[in-house]
Design a protein around this ligand. Structure first.
Ligand code: ADP
Ligand code: MG
Length: 172
């Protein structure tokens, strides 16, 4: 059976992991957290002193995931989207969160002021949405509000519906 691949992206803190894991458990698709994959395989090619974190080796990440994604049926979670092959994803969901709500979530995470400010700015300037629109066909990219538990539930149901339709359309 053919299964779709979904990318969930957005600024850190918007709720990608929460949505991705819940979707995977309800749909049976496989959840892949790119940050975890990079950590497990040490797929880095440098160190960012300013942010005090390793820099992702995007090429190695793509190589690592290629076979799994090509099989189909994965939900990929990452706060970036311009380095994946365009052909990988049948739908790209960009989660969006209001500034004040996102601020509180990132504060709770213990982000320092610089990291907090940069991430809020990233959300204000719709960096991930623009990146998605430049990297994928317009009709593949969908923005979803991610502020409340009710919105989370709506997003889950909407994407489950999308998956069901995709599976029907691609498995005669
Ligand atoms: P990301 O993976 O995008 O960094 P997380 O899924 O870790 O974000 O979510 C960040 C925080 O926000 C978590 O504490 C999570 O419980 C909360 N959260 C995520 N989505 C929602 C939502 N729709 N409504 C309320 N809280 C949410
Ligand atoms: Mg996450």
């Amino acid at each position: 059976m053919l299964l779709p691949n979904i990318l969930i992206t957005g600024t850190p803190g918007v709720g990608k992991t929460t949505l991705g894991k819940e979707l995977a458990s309800r749909s049976g698709l496989k959840y892949i957290n790119v940050g975890d994959v990079a950590r497990e395989g040490a797929l880095y090619n440098g160190y960012d002193e300013e942010y005090d974190c390793p820099i992702l080796d995007e090429e190695k990440v793509v190589d690592e995931l290629e076979n799994q994604v090509t099989e189909g049926g994965v939900i990929v979670d990452y706060h970036g989207c311009d380095f994946f092959p365009e052909r990988w994803f049948h739908a790209v969901f960009v989660l969006r969160t209001d500034n004040s709500i996102l601020y509180k979530r990132l504060e709770t995470r213990g982000y320092n002021e610089k990291k907090l400010g940069d991430n809020i700015e990233c959300e204000i300037f719709q960096v991930l949405y623009e990146e998605a629109m430049l990297s994928y066909k317009e009709d593949v990219v969908h923005q979803l509000p991610s502020n409340t538990p009710e919105e989370l539930e709506e997003n889950i149901n909407q994407i489950l519906g999308w998956i069901e339709q995709w599976v029907k359309d691609h498995n005669p």
